[in-house]
Design a protein around this ligand. Sequence first.
Ligand code: NAD
Length: 483
Amino acid sequence: MTFRFAGETNFIDGRWRGEPAGEVRPARSPIDNTEIGRMAWSSRATAGEAIAAARRAQPAWGRESLWARAALLRRIADAVLARRAELAGLLTLEQGKPLAEADFEVGKAADGFNLAADLVKYLEGRTIPTEDTTKRVMTFYRPRGVYGVITPWNFPVNIPVEYLAPGIAAGNAIVWTPAPTTALVAAALVTVMQEADLPPGLLNLVTGAGPEVGDEIVVNPGTNAIGFTGSAATGRTIAQRGAGKAQLMELGGNGPVIILPDADLDKATRATAAGCFVNAGQVCSSSERVLVHAAVYDAFAERMTVAAAEVVVGDPRAEGTTMGPLNNAAVARKVSEHVTDAIDRGATAMFGGGQPDGCPSDLYFEPTVLSGVVPDSLINLEETFGPVAPLVRVADEEEALEVARANRYGLVSSVFTRDLSTAFRFVDAVPTGIVNVNDTSNYWELHIPFGGMSGKDSGVGRIGGRYSLEAMCDLKTATFTLD
Ligand code: NAD
């Protein structure tokens, strides 16, 4: 069975419906720009109805035992796995990533529901010692209430699950709005979740424009908390508009990857190429800039060029394709702009650098290796979100650290070295929330804390396993006075 949508992409109070005002927009595939369905382009009022439904549903769900919540999550995981191929097919069609990557993402979504089911049973509060011997103090994890969840298009199945699974496990009800360019696969995920007998109103989906539907979810007094993954600019707006509500924010990243002279260059090349080209570079943890020590610069650049040549660009549904199109025109524009700016400032394209010939839409971009990128290039300073490896030559470790630090983002970095002391020095000194030693910047597992460094533009809080589960709860303190 395939998923069919004719504008009924809102799921409110356990029922599918379109926008009452009737507004629908076409959903198009980035593969060839064909229309693949229609989505409701919803109003603030519809988002408000979804919030009201969530408010009605949440108290009963919050009283359910943790075991009952875990049982629902396991049923959802099974339902996702039962429809894995269909979900992956639609994910590829609407997002543009190769089928193998889509299949991996859907598998991870099922893992995310099972992980939340495992962990929620260990959501243990504490008993806290007191100065006053007549007191007993305990803490409990309680649902926050209604969670507003707003998600991007780069991992449109797995990123929502990073909020839906712990959010439901924690006893919250949810109102979710996905990025408009991946609204159909969001509706498909909800269809599959519904097959696991979701209580009506526990999960509500509303599709439409972020500044309308998303903003309503942020400002409406009916939501208690916001989970947001997306750009730093939108994150800043939401932080202000949602002031006073709990906010978990996963924002942009900008590498860096640092290649030191004692690195295993073959391994570093494989890992960096994966960091640059997986999902066509549209990953918050992508290897957005590559700082290479002068002693190994030429050898590494040569290897990266070979790795880029091995990438097979084309229709992501075809076997053998390892990179599909970018997801949308805005990201395609930004990638071209950053590459042009780098070249204008003196970089050379050792491989790629533009659109490949003969593609069925103008969203395809060649795997690109830029050599001689100067630190004040846009591509070094800003998140590019495309399949580009910008190589910056650094004279020594100090310069590597200096360039690494001079950036407003602070999400994930990688350092390649065989020396343990050097590795620890970089772990301490590079201002990113995660530092991967000797692996791609994209390495992560679902239970590992993931998020941006404080004071940077990469977000607030930590996603992952028990970290997001706890973050999606209120910590309630109860004090008892003995006679
Ligand atoms: P975006 O900020 O443009 O949009 C994200 C979501 O916010 C979409 O659903 C959009 O409709 C909604 N939105 C837009 N304006 C809004 C507003 N004013 N109020 C409320 N909601 C609004 O981001 P994007 O282009 O969809 O995603 C790419 C970005 O996401 C990149 O910067 C990437 O690094 C980041 N990202 C971060 C992580 C992470 O875990 N840190 C993971 C994936 C993606």
